[in-house]
Each structure stands twice: as structure tokens, then as C-alpha cells.
Design a protein around this ligand. Structure first.
Ligand SMILES: *Cc1c(COP(=O)(O)O)cnc(C)c1O
Length: 380
């Protein structure tokens, strides 16, 4: 259907088209010079020594878990209020995801107290996810990780361009994982990036990304290598030149795109406070600079979310839910959940995600707010 206000929308310009055409005309489509350029630009943007382009954020998360040698018998603390890939990455390695609860109705990020409660002798790592682009409490989490000798992986799929205390989100932990999926802030279609400051981990990821081989087709094409050895059980998680070319252009536009998103979020907050005061708006006055990926609200207790979404759909407004909690999925029923997840459960039952995309117009924000206020039964 034609939405009057879709949940998300991409806007490519002639720059992205030109970049793709130029790769096609070059005759070299698989990982090579353009991808290397995208990686350096991304690393420079984050002030981090290593960035490895990969086929998705899911691949980045998997490679991070592999490089940290997580496996059967290991426990990894993860949020349940996230996309399923955060927890699946752990399961791919045979390690066990252990869910911790979020902080509260005003902050949907992992609670440091709940993380502490979930730590056992088997805990090896924590994967945090910066919900909607708002920073987790990284100072507290990094300190706890240091005390218990745990690795930290940041699922920064929502958080590209966000920062806290001068450090970019995704560069606090051992690994940062980014997504360039079509509805994210930086779009290549499918695609992702894995960043780290550790030379050895970067080298490991580099090999695992491409079949565990010691040289690439690109190296051989350039005459830098004639053969190769296979030293690890690797994968094909490479990004191609077409997507990297789009990514390079999108990276140049990211600051402006994120600024527009943040302005729209401010406008939403002002309008919602006025027209729908019964709603809870999470991450009010949150520290740091947000990636402003999503616009989540918490509906009043007892509101019928399904009917709110249907009424808004009738007005042409697309909404969504972030997220159905992972621990309630069928595929996760064999997992034991030792820590209470009551805030996660309540938030995921009441959360509603409103449309947000950089070229959204002010009238569209107003339309969403009116439709929502009416749908939850506020007289305007
Ligand atoms: C989108 C997303 C992913 C997965 O990203 P892909 O690039 O599609 O694999 C992982 N985690 C979160 C929180 C996401 O939003």
C-alpha cells in the first residue's frame, strides 16, 4: 500500500548512482580497491585503527564472536529487547546467550545491575545494543567487564555516528558491529562493518571473512600473491565493490542525515508532550549524541497496541514494534533465563515505533502525532 508516512525511507541521489555505475564500468565487482577505501574512510570517521567491511551486521556479530573464540560452555550476556541477530550470533558459535533486563521505561538499554546479576563463572562476553542509537551506560559496562575479565561487543546497528563522552558508539568495546541494511542510517542495501582497535583480532577477522584464506582474489589479481593457504574455518562474509561505492557516498552524507534525524526527534518530543501527554518518551535528556535511528514511544498501560496500529494505518501512517523479546521466540524456548526480564516484557508489550527518516517533512511529523493522539483516545 501507499503510506502517507512510511516507517522508513531511503533517498539516494545521483552521487550513489554515479558511484555504482563507475564500479560497473571498472569491470571489478568483488571486494577490492573501493571496499578498501570504504574501510579506511569508515575507520577514520570513527578514529579506530581497523574497519572490516562485511556482508551484514549479522556477519559482523558472528565474526566478532568467532574471533573472541566463544564456543560451547561459554555464556554471553545479551539483551532480549533487540533484533534476533544479536543473540543468534552467539548461538552460531555454540555458546549460550544469557538475557539481561533493560534499565527502565525511560531507558531501553541493558541495565548494568541486571548484567551483574547474570554474570557466572562461565560468562565470557557481553553484547550491548545501543537501542534507537542512544548509548548504553558504557563507562559502567566497561568497568564491570574489566573487573570480571569479559569481552564487550557493541551491536551498533542503530548507532552509527552516535557518541558518548567523545568516543564514538561501537568503539568502546573489543568490537563494534554496524549494519547498512536498507532501513538503517547508512544504507548499502545489505552490508555491514566490524571495527576493532586490536591488531590481532583485526587480522583474525580479515581471514575469517574470506574462507580462512591467507590471500584474496584481489591480491592475486594485483600480482601480490600466487597461491594461498587455508588456516581457519572461514566464511564468505565479504562486501562487494558496488555496495562499498554506495557506502562511501552515504558515509559522506551521514552527519547531515543524522542531524536531520535528531531534529525530527526533537520536533516529535515537543509535539508528543503537548498532544499525547499520556505517552512515555524514552531517552529524554539521554547523555551523549544519539544515532537517532528510531522514534520509540511507550503507550499508556492497558492501551490496545494492535488497534492503535490499525487506526494509524487507516490514516496512512506505518508503525512498527521494536522488539518482540527474543526470549519469547519459539526457537529460544530451550534456553534458561536465570535473570528476571520483567521490564523487557512490559516495554515490548507497550512499545510503538513511529516513522523516522531524514527527508521526513514537518507536516508528516504533525500528521503522525495527530493520528497517534487520536488513536490512543486523546481529545484534540
Ligand atoms: C538491523 C539489525 C541487525 C542486523 O543487521 P543486518 O545487517 O541486517 O544483518 C542486528 N542488530 C540490530 C539491533 C539491528 O537493528
Amino acid at each position: 500500500m501507499e503510506w502517507r508516512v512510511p516507517l522508513a525511507d531511503v533517498a539516494f541521489g545521483s552521487e550513489e548512482e554515479e558511484a555504482v555505475l563507475s564500479v560497473m564500468r571498472s569491470g571489478w565487482l568483488t571486494m577490492g580497491r573501493v571496499t578498501a577505501e570504504f574501510e579506511s574512510a569508515f575507520a577514520e570517521f570513527l578514529s579506530v585503527p581497523h574497519a572490516k567491511a562485511v556482508s551484514s551486521c549479522t556477519a559482523a556479530l558472528h565474526l566478532a564472536c568467532l574471533a573472541l573464540e566463544l564456543g560451547p560452555g561459554d555464556e554471553v550476556i545479551v539483551p532480549s529487547l533487540t533484533f534476533v541477530a544479536t543473540a543468534n550470533a552467539v548461538r552460531y558459535t555454540g555458546a549460550t546467550p544469557v538475557f539481561a533486563d533493560i534499565t527502565g521505561f525511560g531507558n531501553f538499554n541493558l541495565s548494568p545491575d541486571s548484567i551483574r546479576e547474570a554474570i557466572t563463572d562461565k560468562t565470557k562476553a557481553i553484547i550491548v545494543m545501543h537501542y534507537a542509537g542512544y548509548s548504553c551506560d558504557m563507562p559502567a559496562i566497561m568497568q564491570m567487564a574489566a573487573e570480571h575479565d569479559l569481552f564487550v561487543i557493541e551491536d551498533a546497528a542503530h548507532a552509527v555516528g552516535g557518541c558518548l563522552q567523545g568516543n564514538m558508539l561501537g568503539t568502546w568495546g573489543d568490537f563494534g558491529c554496524y549494519s547498512f541494511f536498507s532501513n538503517k542510517n547508512l544504507v548499502t542495501g545489505e552490508g555491514g562493518m566490524l571495527v576493532t582497535s586490536d591488531d590481532e583480532l583485526a587480522e583474525k577477522v580479515h581471514r575469517l571473512r574470506s574462507h580462512g584464506m591467507t590471500s584474496l582474489t584481489w591480491d592475486r589479481h594485483r600480482g601480490h600473491a600466487w597461491s594461498y593457504d587455508v588456516v581457519d574455518l572461514g566464511y564468505n562474509y565479504r562486501l562487494d565493490e558496488l555496495r562499498s561505492a554506495i557506502g562511501l557516498v552515504q558515509l559522506q552524507k551521514l552527519y547531515e542525515v543524522n542531524q536531520k534525524r535528531r531534529k525530527l526527534v526533537e520536533l516529535y518530543r515537543v509535539q508528543l508532550a503537548e498532544k499525547a501527554p499520556d505517552l512515555i518518551l524514552p531517552f529524554q535528556d539521554h547523555p551523549g549524541v544519539s544515532g537517532a535511528h528510531l522514534m520509540p514511544v511507550l503507550l499508556p498501560q492497558g492501551a490496545d497496541r494492535q488497534s492503535v496500529m490499525e487506526k494509524m494505518k487507516f490514516d496512512g501512517v506505518q508503525t512498527s514494534i521494536h522488539y518482540p523479546p527474543i526470549h519469547q521466540f519459539s526457537s529460544f524456548q530451550d534456553l534458561v533465563c536465570p535473570v528476571p526480564l520483567s521490564i523487557t516484557e512490559e516495554v515490548s508489550a507497550r512499545e510503538l515505533t513511529l516513522p523516522l527518516f531524514p527527508h521526513m517533512r514537518e507536516e508528516q511529523v504533525e500528521l503522525v502525532v495527530s493520528a497517534l493522539a487520536e488513536a490512543v483516545g486523546v481529545k484534540i
